[in-house]
Design a protein around this ligand. Structure first.
Ligand SMILES: Cc1cc2nc3c(=O)[nH]c(=O)nc-3n(C[C@H](O)[C@H](O)[C@H](O)COP(=O)(O)OP(=O)(O)OC[C@H]3O[C@@H](n4cnc5c(N)ncnc54)[C@H](O)[C@@H]3O)c2cc1C
Length: 353
C-alpha cells in the first residue's frame, strides 16, 4: 500500500507533541490514539508562567504560592511566590494548544514503522521528518513495539482524584507510606489529585494509596497512573526526533515532565520548521537538537543525584536538606532558577500563535 506523504509527522498530541506541532507550518500530520486532552495521566502542576506564556491561562484551576514538604519528623514550607506554581485543566490546556496548531489531527494509533512510513489503523503515512512524542511508550522509536519499563530508568505514579479542598500543595516523604518514592496532594480547584510515585518503577501502588487516602478520610472518585522516565534517553534515533517522555526528558526527583516536554518540543519544532522550509538539512537539524538537549545533561544529572539521595538517605537527612533549601538566602538562589527552566521566548510564542 502506498503511503500518504506529509512534510512532517508528529506522533502523540499531549504536551510534547503539541509543543512541536504549534511551531509547524506546512503539510503536517499530528497523530494520537486518543482525542486531544481526553486521557490525563498527570497532576498537571507547573509554574504559572507556562500556561500564561503559551496563551492557555484560561486552563488554570488554582495558583499555589506555598509548597509543604512533609516527613515523619517535620514539615517544611517553601515560599514559591517569586515564581508561583499552578494546577491546570488538562483538556482545556491541550485543546487550547491544539487550536494554535495548523497541523491535520488524526485520531489513530501508530502500530508500526516501516521503510520511513508510520503504520496506523487508518493507513500508512510517510514524511521526511517524523517526531516521536508518544510518551514513555516511545511507539515510533521502538518501531511500534511498546517500551518495557526498566527499573532505574522509569518511575511509576498512581493518582486518585478526590473532592478535596482546603489542603495546600504538598509532598510526603515517608518510608512508611512508600519506600523509595513520594506522596503528594495537588489541589486543583474543586478537586485535588492525591498520588504516590515510586522512583524504582513499582507499579502496585493501589493498597498504599488506599491507605494514604483512608488515613485522611479522603474518598477517591477515580484513579489513573502510568510510568514516566527519570533519565535522559536518546533525543534522536536514526532519522527520528524524540521529545518529552519519549526522550526521557521528565526531570528526576521532582517528576516534572510537562515543562521539559513543552520546552524541548518548542525548540525541536523550530528546527523541524527550518527543515521543512529547506533552510536546514535533516542531518543538521538532528545534530542541532541533540546538541541542545546535551546542554542540559549536567542539570539532569544533578537532579538524578538528588533523587538518589531522596531514595537512599535516612529520611531525617533529607528533611534537614529540605529545611535548609527552604531558608533565606538559599531559597531565592535556586527556586527562581529551577522554576524558570524552559521559559519560552515570548517572541517565538507570538510567532506560533
Ligand atoms: C501520576 C503522575 C503525575 C504527574 N504529575 C506531573 C505534574 O504535576 N507536573 C509535571 O510537570 N509532570 C507530571 N508528571 C509527568 C508528566 O505527566 C509527563 O512527563 C508528561 O505527560 C510527558 O508529556 P509527553 O507529551 O512527553 O507524553 P504524554 O503526556 O504521555 O503523551 C503521550 C501521547 O502519545 C499518545 N500515544 C502513545 N502511544 C501512541 C501510539 N502508539 N500512537 C499514537 N499515539 C500514541 C498518548 O495517547 C498521549 O496522548 C506526572 C506523571 C504521572 C505518571
Amino acid at each position: 500500500m502506498s503511503a500518504r506523504e506529509y512534510d512532517a509527522i508528529v506522533v502523540g498530541a499531549s504536551f510534547a507533541g503539541l509543543g512541536v506541532a504549534r511551531q509547524l507550518r506546512g503539510d503536517v500530520l499530528l497523530l494520537d490514539g486518543n482525542e486531544v486532552g481526553s486521557v490525563q495521566t498527570s497532576a498537571c502542576g507547573t509554574p504559572l508562567w507556562v500556561p500564561q506564556t503559551l496563551g492557555v491561562a484560561g486552563s488554570v484551576l488554582q495558583v499555589h504560592e506555598r509548597l509543604t514538604v512533609r516527613t515523619p519528623g517535620r514539615s517544611v514550607t517553601y515560599d514559591l511566590s517569586a515564581v508561583p506554581f499552578c494546577t491546570f485543566d488538562y483538556k482545556a490546556f491541550c485543546q487550547g494548544l491544539l487550536a494554535q496548531c495548523r497541523a491535520r489531527f488524526l485520531r489513530t494509533r501508530v502500530i508500526g514503522v516501516e521503510e520511513g512510513a508510520v503504520l496506523t489503523a487508518e493507513g500508512r503515512f510517510s514524511a521526511p521528518v517524523v517526531v516521536d512524542c508518544s510518551g514513555w511508550r516511545r511507539a515510533v522509536v521502538n518501531g511500534g513495539q511498546p517500551e518495557r519499563p526498566r527499573g532505574g530508568t522509569y518511575s511509576f505514579g498512581l493518582e486518585a482524584r478526590a473532592d478535596l479542598t482546603g489542603e495546600g500543595l504538598s509532598f510526603w516523604l515517608d518510608k512508611g507510606l512508600i519506600h523509595r518514592g513520594l506522596g503528594w496532594i495537588f489541589p486543583a480547584g474543586a478537586q485535588s489529585l492525591v498520588g504516590l510515585g515510586s522512583y524504582v518503577g513499582a507499579s502496585k501502588l493501589k493498597p498504599a494509596l488506599d491507605r494514604f487516602l483512608s488515613d485522611r478520610g479522603i474518598a477517591a472518585t477515580s484513579f489513573h497512573g502510568t510510568y514516566f522516565p527519570n533519565r535522559l534517553l536518546r533525543p534522536t534515533v536514526g532519522r527520528l526526533f524524540a521529545v518529552g517522555d519519549a526522550a526521557g526528558q521528565c526531570m528526576p526527583l521532582t517528576a516534572e515532565g510537562i515543562r521539559p516536554a513543552l520546552y524541548f518540543g518548542g525548540e525541536c519544532g523550530k528546527i523541524v520548521q527550518e527543515v521543512i522550509e529547506g533552510r536546514t538539512s535533516l542531518g543538521d537539524g538532528l545534530e542541532r537538537y541533540r546538541r541542545l538537549v546535551g546542554r542540559y545533561r549536567r542539570a539532569y544529572r544533578i537532579l538524578w543525584w538528588a533523587q538518589l539521595f531522596a531514595m537512599h538517605a535516612p529520611t531525617r537527612w533529607f528533611a534537614a536538606f529540605t529545611s535548609l533549601a527552604a531558608r533565606h538566602p538559599v531559597l531565592p538562589r535556586w527556586w527562581p532558577r529551577y522554576a524558570s527552566f524552559g521559559r519560552m521566548d515570548p517572541s517565538s510564542v507570538a510567532s506560533a500563535t
